[in-house]
Design a protein around this ligand. Structure first.
Ligand code: CMC
Length: 429
């Protein structure tokens, strides 16, 4: 038996049967409910898409109440512990784990697309000395579309594949160069003898040495952070990628939109905000006053709360563990003590308990990034590099989904109607 919803329109007394499929009703079915033939049909008002499914997706599963996150069915805890970022990227893009031969071919392809055209370097050098690296990353990813005009041929599977490989491969190069730019240091070319993450660290930190060798524990920790950020179903930036991608534009332009969305403080910029907040609090004694300010609505406890998780964010647990590994190499970040005390107090406070506000992925990630000596402006760049396979897996799913259409929400019009226009010369006379 098909499940359905019976709706009675009290304006007309008419009843409608609306089919329920996968726990949803189709908004178009509600559109058939009208008070009269010349009225528009019923629509759903949902700012922020709080309760609206925009697609079917088999990439990532989240159960926010239970704190579960799975990529293609595999729990994030197992992937973080036993996989690598490039294997996870393969999984997200292809939908299944690679065979040995597939994995080697994938790593080879990504490794040999890490270089960018020299002109990319020239225009990146044209940014102001104090340009925010996220602005540089957004602009340079978008600009790649001009270097690969064939990318607009999105209906060709082979073509999509090569653009996906290019983007995953080149993001660390663009990210590292935007970092070097702010420091006034020469850009470092990729070293294709190194792993994906070790090469990224080399492009970031190499100076005059002939080979940059990062501590393996740091390489592993950063690789885990990339895995944790690799996808998160229909979040703000993924929605931006899908929304822009729905116009059938090339994937570089769509991903540039995702980078833009990620830049915002309520999304990827939150870990930068967490760090600023911890520095502002300054010492454990100031925590009660700070918490009171949050409860009075003067500010937010950054790194807490999530649209989907109403439980401890599973990624935050893994990051807490990674903190220990990184601090073993770099020494403990003094802000850790404040963060831990803040978490302890907040988790016991009725305000946070009642609203189910728990630490999210960004609460501890900033502390790790700072231990790596990244300035806060770089944190979101790291998030963007990790999220790229997820954006591309979602984009690839979108362009092959026959049910998708160009994104074009409705509105409730609240402005004036039918005014008479008086030309400026008469109005100002
Ligand atoms: N501190 C204090 N109060 C909060 C917080 C917070 N961090 N987050 C939510 N609340 C309160 C909010 O004031 C509201 O209270 P009331 O019902 O009394 O008005 C209630 O909790 C529900 O909040 P909301 O704003 O309706 O929830 P949302 O789903 O729209 O927002 C959020 C989710 C992540 C934007 C929000 O929790 C927030 O601003 N957190 C701080 C920023 C942050 O850490 N962002 C990173 C998110 S995880 C990384 C990512 O996926 O990008």
């Amino acid at each position: 038996m098909t499940e359905s919803l019976t709706v009675r329109d009290n304006r007309t007394g008419q009843e409608y049967d609306v089919p329920i499929l996968d726990g949803t009703i189709k908004a178009a079915d509600l559109g058939k409910i009208k008070s009269s033939d010349d009225e528009p049909g019923l629509a759903v008002y949902d700012p922020g898409f709080v309760n609206t499914a925009s697609c079917r997706s088999s990439v990532t599963y989240i159960d926010g109440e239970k704190g579960i996150l799975e990529y293609r069915g595999y729990p994030i805890e197992q992937l973080a512990e036993k996989s690598s970022f490039l294997e996870v990227a393969y999984l997200l893009i292809h939908g299944a784990l690679p065979t040995k031969a597939e994995y080697e071919a994938w790593v080879h392809e990504i490794t040999f697309h890490t270089f960018v055209h020299e002109n990319v370097k020239s225009f990146m050098q044209g940014f102001r000395y104090d340009a925010h690296p996220m602005g540089m990353l957004m602009a340079s990813v978008g600009a790649l579309s001009t270097f690969y005009p064939d990318a607009r041929n999105i209906s060709d599977a082979e073509n999509r594949h090569i653009q996906i490989v290019r983007m995953i491969a080149k993001m660390p190069t663009l990210g590292a160069w935007s970092f070097r730019h702010a420091q006034g240091k020469p850009y470092v070319y990729p070293d294709n003898d190194l792993s994906y993450t070790a090469n990224f660290l080399s492009m970031l930190f190499k100076m005059s040495e002939s080979k940059f060798e990062a501590d393996e524990r740091l390489v592993k920790a950063l690789d885990v952070l990339f895995i944790l950020h690799a996808d998160h179903e229909q979040n703000c930036s993924t929605n931006a990628v899908r929304s822009v991608g729905s116009s059938q534009v090339d994937p570089y332009s769509a991903v540039a939109a995702g980078v833009g969305a990620l830049y915002g403080p309520l999304h990827g910029g939150a870990n930068e905000a967490v760090l600023r907040m911890l520095k502002r609090i300054g010492s454990k004694e100031n925590i009660p006053d700070f918490i009171q300010g949050v409860k009075d609505g003067n500010e937010r406890l950054m790194g807490f709360g999530h649209r989907v998780y109403k439980n401890y964010d599973p990624r935050a647990k893994i990051i807490k563990k990674a903190c220990d590994d990184v601090f073993e190499v770099t020494g403990v970040n003094p802000l850790l003590e404040i963060a831990q005390e803040l978490e302890k107090i907040a988790l016991e406070d009725e305000y946070f308990v009642k609203r189910k506000l728990y630490p999210n992925v960004d609460f501890y990630s900033g502390l790790i990034y700072e231990a790596f000596q990244f300035p806060p402006e770089m944190f979101t760049v790291l998030f963007a590099i990790g999220r790229t396979p997820g954006w591309l897996a979602q984009w690839s799913e979108l362009v092959q989904d026959k049910e998708q259409k160009i994104a074009r929400p409705k509105q409730i019009y609240t402005g004036d109607r039918g005014l008479d226009f008086v030309p400026a010369a008469q109005r100002w006379a």
